[in-house]
Each structure stands twice: as C-alpha cells, then as structure tokens.
Ligand binder design. Structure first.
Ligand code: AOF
Ligand code: ZN
Length: 358
C-alpha cells in the first residue's frame, strides 16, 4: 500500500478535479504483477492501468491481490466501473485504503464482496488520505485544500526593514517551492506581493508539470498590464472588489468578489467567496504564497489546511512577520498546529504542520 500511495503521488497536481490514485497487483508470495496510477482526469483509473500493465507483462492475474489507495469505483463515468473490471479480470482479493465518499462512485467494495472477492478497507488509510487531501477536502467541504507556504528567517521575518526579501532561503528551498507549485491547481498571491516582487508564479524546470492557475487578489485592480504574472506562461485570474475599475486590463480573466466581513484580518476580499469561485473552476488545491496580510486573512477565515514554513538560519530583527493580522489577540486563541514533518533543505529547515482538530 505504501508503494501504491507513492505511485498515486506521481500525478499530484495533474488529476484535478479527480483524485490521485495508485494501484499495485500482487501475485502469490507478494510478487508485483503490475502497477498503475491515475495520470489525468478523464484518463484510465489506477486499477485499469495496473491491470493493463500486468497483462502487457504477460502475467496471469486470476486470484491475485489488487492493492489500491481508494475504494474501486462502482460507476460508469468517463470510464467504466473499476470494481467490475477487477471482477472480470478474476482478481481474488482487493485491499483498499480510503472509502470513496462520493455518491456517484461509492459502493465498489460491496460490489466486489457480492461477487465473492475477498475485500478489505482501511489499510494505511491515514497516509493515503493525507496524499489525497486536496480531493478529499473538496469533496467533503466543497472548497479547495489550502496550503500556506512561507519563507522566513529564524526570527520569523519574511523581508528586511528596507523591503528586500531575495533571497532569504537557499536554492534548495526555492526548488522545493517549485514542486509545491507543480502539485497545486492554483497559486494565490496578494497585490502587495505583486507590487513588491513582480513574481512570475509559473512552474519552471519540472518536466511534464501542469501549470497552475495564477490567482492575484487585487481589491482595487492595481495590477499593471505589464506585470509578469499576466504573461502567457500559465493562465491567470485576477480577483478584484465589486467596484474596481478594470478598464486597463482588457481581455484579462477577472472575477469580482465581496469584501470580507468584520474580524477577518486585514479586511480584504472574502476568502470563502474566492475559494467557492476556484472550486467552481475545478481547482482542488491552492498554494497560498503571500504575503503576510493575505495569509492573515486566510487564517482568520479558518481556511488554511496545511502550513509549510521554510526557515533560514539567519536573523533580521526588523521587517514584516511571515503572518499578518489574523484576528488573534490572545494566547488562548492561537491557532495551534501539529508538526507532521521536519526536513533539512541545504542550510534551511522545512517544517510542515496542520491545524490541530479543535
Ligand atoms: C479517478 N481515478 O484511479 C479512480 C477514481 O471522472 P471519472 O468518470 O473518471 O470518475 C472519477 C471518480 O471515480 C472519482 O471521483 C472517484 O470517486 C472514482 N475513482 N477516479 O479519477 C482513479 N480510482
Ligand atoms: Zn475507477
């Protein structure tokens, strides 16, 4: 199953609005007969890919075990039902990690069991669910999964007093951020970051990566037509306030959003309205890249699902903090996180954490 989870992860960022799914078919004594993963929405499901790989290798899969990260689907959508494909192939046992929570596709386990296939769910479920967090969040909550990424010095500052921020972290950390971008369906920045850094936000140096939608939160439509984020390397959406003048941006993809209510950090655009708009466009995962005010408004809205902090062993002592006002005024109201991973990237530390269930 751990191998199936790793196979699924190969297509992170490429399958939305569908899940990532991996499948390994095991013969007697645990020999691998075939492996597959879902590569693109609308393409063959992982189980079908794995069956095809086993067949291409000349293996007989009758009586074999299929290990799959998601309960095999039970429906005819863009492709046929995988539960039936496994039954037809003569698979003897199916082990899956996470039950399919969608009304459309659920029921595969029952179909398999009714056909006499030995079926078991829940193996490594937590690990598989974490790997499919974007899809599961969108199915269960009707909004994209949000990962907030920041880079800071050890004293938590994301820029110096004079506004310079290039570069706080090492080349290794910055390459890792390109991986996060490639895995995300959309990358979101605020207009302050746009003015300060003129970022490009496209994915570089990653073969086969699907470019994320670049999203600029720009209440007053202050972005200039020459901004690098508006080039044609990737699509771009500009989210503006209801009354913004956008006549200087002909042809741009613009969405108008309401202002956030009181107590929502910096009082920018309504975060949930933005996430609803992105969800409607098929976005299942959002990488929130900056800056501090925008991140504060997402935290205030309860819309951060994972935090990845790149910490450089450097001190500034002055300059803006990584996170701006999130409407938190006292220690008991701190957003408590649980660290899920700590890694060293060159000289830096990368800390991954998720909000603790409260
Ligand atoms: C996938 N890939 O490997 C598996 C999926 O859009 P469709 O018709 O391909 O159906 C997508 C649904 O099928 C998806 O939401 C999930 O419930 C189920 N399983 N989907 O895209 C896969 N196994
Ligand atoms: Zn399927």
């Amino acid at each position: 199953m751990r191998r199936a989870v790793a196979l699924a992860a190969r297509a992170l960022g490429a399958t939305s609005p569908n899940p990532v799914v991996g499948c390994v078919i095991l013969g007697p004594r645990g020999t691998v007969l075939g492996e597959g993963w879902h590569r693109r929405a609308g393409g063959p499901h992982a189980e079908v890919e794995a069956l095809a790989a086993a067949s291409a290798a000349g293996h007989d899969v009758r009586g074999a075990t299929a290990v799959v990260t998601l309960e095999p689907c039970n429906h005819t959508g863009r492709t046929g039902p995988c539960a039936q494909a496994l039954i037809t192939a003569g698979i003897g046992r199916v082990v899956y990690a996470v039950a399919d929570p969608t009304d459309a596709a659920t029921g595969g386990a029952a179909t398999l069991a009714a056909a006499g296939v030995d079926t078991e769910g829940g193996l490594l479920a937590e690990e598989a669910a974490a790997g499919n967090a974007a899809w599961l969040t969108s199915v269960l909550h009707g909004r994209p999964f949000v990962l907030w990424k920041y880079a800071a010095t050890l004293d938590g500052r994301s820029a110096a007093a004079d506004g310079t921020s290039r570069w706080i972290t090492s080349a290794d950390s910055r390459a890792d951020v390109h991986r996060l971008r490639a895995e995300a369906d959309a990358v979101v920045v605020g207009s302050g970051t746009l003015r300060a850094d003129d970022p490009h936000l496209a994915v570089r140096d990653r073969e086969g990566a699907v470019q994320p939608l670049r999203v600029v939160i720009d209440t007053h439509a202050s972005v200039t037509p020459g901004a690098r984020v508006l080039d044609d390397a990737a699509p771009t959406l500009i989210a503006v306030g209801e009354h913004a003048d956008t006549t200087h941006l002909p042809g741009a993809d613009v969405v108008r959003l309401p202002r956030a209510g009181a107590g929502a950090g910096h009082g920018g655009l309504d975060v949930h309205a933005l996430l609803g708009e992105l969800h409607a466009r098929g976005v299942r995962s959002v990488l929130l890249e900056g800056g501090p005010a925008l991140a504060g408004s997402f935290v205030a809205a309860g819309a951060v699902d994972r935090v990845v902090g790149y910490l450089a062993p450097a001190l500034l002592g002055a300059g803006p903090a990584a996170l701006g006002d999130a409407g938190i005024g006292t220690i008991p109201h701190a957003l408590r996180l649980q660290v899920t991973d700590v890694a060293r990237l060159g000289p830096d530390l990368r800390i991954t954490a998720v909000p603790t269930a409260s």
